[in-house]
Design a protein around this ligand. Structure first.
Ligand SMILES: NC(=O)c1ccc[n+]([C@@H]2O[C@H](COP(=O)([O-])OP(=O)(O)OC[C@H]3O[C@@H](n4cnc5c(N)ncnc54)[C@H](O)[C@@H]3O)[C@@H](O)[C@H]2O)c1
Length: 254
């Protein structure tokens, strides 16, 4: 997919991994719709005033997502790509010291991380499918954010791991289906990245995650995630897969 002048919608684009994608795509001269609950940093909007539009969006809402897509189409033309980064973290044991895990919290994580991603892809998929193929015959690309917890969920991560495992499982069936529309579907499973989501974790937890990383022994940088997103958008042979981006980390039970 050609990035220059393409319209790409980024959910969760106001923070962390999504914000890094927005910055990288903007530097490559794409036009971007940031679909997020919170506003992006003013500096980003100022730097790329003509290329970025913000649509306050709950990824679980059909109306919000349709409005965000429409805003992008009106301003920048056909939607070509989507990068689904919106997500929430939650840690709770099935049997905490007292009582049992909250069903409401479990539903919320599944709702945002899985149902929200599906809602994003179905509505963006419809919009991308209505566009014209490019010179290489491709209409567009949809990238989702899973996590290494999809494969090595730690104690207390049942809800988060289940949601991210389900996102990884979406990649192949959706890639197979969307092939008829010349649209690729790919998931990324990041290891541990330095974002506001991770900054909230206690130092002890962060250090233990760094210790479990093979090389380089540090947290991933959001720009490294954005670099992979860009590569996926540009490399037509990547499809139907969940790509680990994790410095070789294999999470232990705790
Ligand atoms: N940071 C990591 O180490 C890591 C590792 C693996 C996977 N991930 C995944 O990467 C994605 C981005 O995470 P991050 O670390 O950048 O977190 P972050 O908290 O910095 O950013 C998440 C963004 O999603 C937005 N968001 C949350 N709920 C939303 C909703 N219902 N509708 C619209 N927007 C919503 C938030 O407002 C925020 O801007 C998430 O899906 C996360 O699960 C992160």
């Amino acid at each position: 997919m050609q990035i220059e002048n393409a319209c790409v919608l980024v959910t969760g684009g106001s923070s962390g991994l999504g914000a890094a994608c927005v910055a990288r795509l903007a530097k490559q001269k794409a036009n971007i719709v940031i679909a997020d609950l919170i506003e992006p940093a003013e500096s980003v909007l100022r730097e790329f005033a003509d290329q970025i539009v913000f649509a306050r969006t709950d990824v679980c809402s059909e109306a919000d997502m349709r409005a965000a897509i429409e805003l992008g189409q009106q301003r920048y033309g056909s939607l070509r790509g989507v990068v689904a980064c919106a997500g929430v973290l939650h840690a709770e044991r099935l049997l905490p010291r007292q009582g049992v895990a909250s069903l409401e919290a479990f539903r919320r994580v599944i709702d945002v991380n899985l149902v929200g991603t599906f809602n994003t892809l179905r509505l963006c998929g419809e919009a991308i499918a209505s566009g014209e193929p490019d010179v290489e015959g491709e209409r567009g690309v949809m990238v989702m954010t899973s996590s290494v917890t999809a494969f090595e969920g730690q104690i207390g991560q049942a809800a988060y791991a289940a949601s991210k495992g389900a996102v990884a499982s979406l990649a192949l069936p959706l890639a197979r289906e969307m092939a008829q529309h010349a649209i690729r579907v790919v998931a990324i499973a990041p290891g541990v990245f330095e974002t506001p989501m991770m900054q909230a974790a206690p130092d002890k937890v962060r250090q233990s995650l760094i210790d479990q990383t093979v090389f380089p022994q540090r947290l991933g940088q959001p720009a490294e995630f954005a670099a992979l997103v860009l590569h996926i958008l540009e490399n037509a042979m990547i499809n139907g897969a969940t790509l680990r981006l994790d410095g070789g980390v294999r999470l232990a039970a705790r």
